[in-house]
Design a binder for this molecule. Structure first.
Ligand SMILES: CC(C)(COP(=O)(O)OP(=O)(O)OC[C@H]1O[C@@H](n2cnc3c(N)ncnc32)[C@H](O)[C@@H]1OP(=O)(O)O)[C@@H](O)C(=O)NCCC(=O)NCCS
Length: 197
């Protein structure tokens, strides 16, 4: 069963609170990141070198970095930042195993961006990332009437590109020499998925 709670949401996106996502999807549970979760989120982002692809900063994150991101989202009604929790067989939330972050486009309310997704490395390759994105796409389409979702991935992140491809995102364009990561210049590859009626 899918439970969607939309607190603080103003349909004209003029509120001063983050776009709230609290929904159940089978054994996954999405809940807005709150201040008490930040240490846990930080641990996930800094878990290994690959996870740096989900942060958009070319170094391990500090608590100040994550707090800053959290505060930005908190005051912005277009943005969401949700923890991905796994439930036990009774449907009780057990553990945060990932995060997903994004926003509804400021200029075009029919488009959204997923700016970051990260799954705990010990839970990867089990279809959880796919399930999480599918649930978010469904929610964006059904609740916010979003028609297309965009993502951006760094050129060195071949797993990320493969992941988005597999979910049905298609290449749109490349922003060359976008970012320097580990002394290597990375392009930014933008991909898009139309959400069918
Ligand atoms: C990208 C990420 C979110 C995928 O999460 P996940 O739960 O492992 O993904 P799924 O199990 O749903 O995998 C779906 C598809 O993605 C691709 N994929 C995922 N992990 C892969 C890997 N390690 N190697 C190659 N392909 C991979 C495969 O095509 C896979 O389909 P398959 O299982 O049928 O082969 C996860 O690897 C991650 O957190 N990476 C670090 C942060 C990051 O790069 N985020 C994306 C930024 S653009």
């Amino acid at each position: 069963m899918s439970i969607l709670t939309l607190k603080h949401f103003n349909s004209s996106f003029e509120g001063d609170n983050m776009l709230t996502i609290n929904l159940n999807n089978e054994n996954l549970f999405f809940k807005d990141v709150n201040k008490d979760d930040l240490q846990e989120v930080l641990k996930l982002y800094n878990q290994n070198e690959t996870n740096i692809y989900a942060t958009g900063i070319g170094r391990p994150m500090s608590y100040e970095d994550i707090n800053q991101k959290y505060l930005e989202v908190l005051v912005n009604s277009h943005e969401f930042f949700a923890g991905i929790f796994i439930c036990n067989s009774d449907g009780v939330e057990s553990k945060m195993i990932g995060v997903i972050k994004g926003r509804i486009d400021y200029d075009n309310n029919e488009e959204a961006w997923i700016s970051s997704i990260l799954i705990d490395s010990s839970y990867q390759k089990n279809g959880i990332g796919t399930k999480a994105v599918s649930a978010i796409l469904k929610m964006l389409k059904n609740t916010y009437d979003i028609k297309a979702v965009m993502i951006g991935t760094l050129s060195g992140n071949s797993i990320g590109r493969e992941f988005w491809n597999k979910i049905g995102f298609s290449y749109i364009r490349t922003i060359e020499q976008y970012f320097k990561l580990n002394n290597k210049t990375e392009d930014f590859i933008i991909m898009k998925k139309d959400l069918k009626k």
